[in-house]
Design a protein around this ligand. Structure first.
Ligand code: G3P
Ligand code: CA
Length: 242
């Protein structure tokens, strides 16, 4: 069962920053989940929202700013004086670092609100440049994006993110469309859904597990991965099970 740090170690550090990624590795995570979007000058950048408003000291759309514009912003802004300035990471900067640590990366392609042109190819080109093709997994709420990524790089596994109510027959759906994993919210999962996934041989990486009761339930249901804001807690729990 893999411990996947959601936006890095985002429970204790500014989300989607290199600081949160480094701290997740120190906490013993197996993988890191992060979100990518495209800048005005077509660079792949790590940020959750389509705007910079919530997570930085700036305002406006990611797609209207160049990478150089974005790098002037502080992605640790909402933490006040707790942390020094943390820039928004480029995906290239992340991959250069990820190549030096023994982790996998779940890259969520954020194409549900803005369909960024060629984001799949641009992301795969960087993954290839840093020789990370065997250590990444794509996910997206936009399943067309997953199909596009599979066409370009068939060996990279993909996970179908589903929100709101989930999908009662996700195993059948994932098998039919060639999605390797199902990525449900823990709120939507139940025993019947887990049994259906097992029937079709589809693993599931569940989000966002920040609660002991849910952690125990996912352990019992043999989740493939736990996407969590608190990787140290999940790691300690799993160590206690060995
Ligand atoms: O990948 C799981 C989770 O990150 C999906 O939701 O909004 O946190 O990107 P969100
Ligand atoms: Ca995400």
């Amino acid at each position: 069962m893999n411990v996947i740090a959601h936006r890095g170690y985002s429970g204790c550090y500014p989300e989607n920053t290199m600081l949160a990624f480094r701290k997740a590795v120190e906490a013993g995570c197996d993988g890191i989940e992060l979100d990518v979007q495209l800048t005005k000058d077509g660079k792949v950048v790590i940020i959750h929202d389509e705007t910079v408003d919530r997570t930085t000291d700036g305002t406006g759309n990611v797609r209207d700013k160049t990478l150089a514009d974005l790098r002037t912003l502080n992605a640790a802004h909402t933490w006040g004086t707790t942390f020094p300035k943390e820039p928004i990471p480029s995906f290239e900067e992340y991959c250069e670092w990820a190549a030096t640590v023994p982790i996998t990366t779940n890259i969520e392609l954020k194409t549900g609100v803005v369909y960024y042109e060629d984001i799949e190819k641009k992301t795969i080109d960087i993954i290839t440049k840093y020789n990370l093709i065997d250590r990444v997994l794509f996910s997206s709420f936009n399943h067309c994006t997953l199909i596009s990524a599979k066409k370009i790089a068939p060996s990279i596994p993909v996970g179908a993110l589903v929100g709101e109510k989930g999908l009662v027959n996700a195993g059948y759906y994932c098998k039919k469309y060639g999605f390797d994993f199902y990525h449900p919210s823990y709120k939507t999962l139940n025993e019947a859904a887990v049994a259906e996934l097992e029937k079709f041989g589809i693993g599931f990486n569940v989000w966002t597990i920040n609660d002991m009761a849910e952690l125990e339930k996912m352990y019992a249901w043999k989740a493939s991965g736990l996407i969590t804001n608190y990787p140290a807690v999940c790691r300690a729990y799993l160590k206690g099970k060995v």
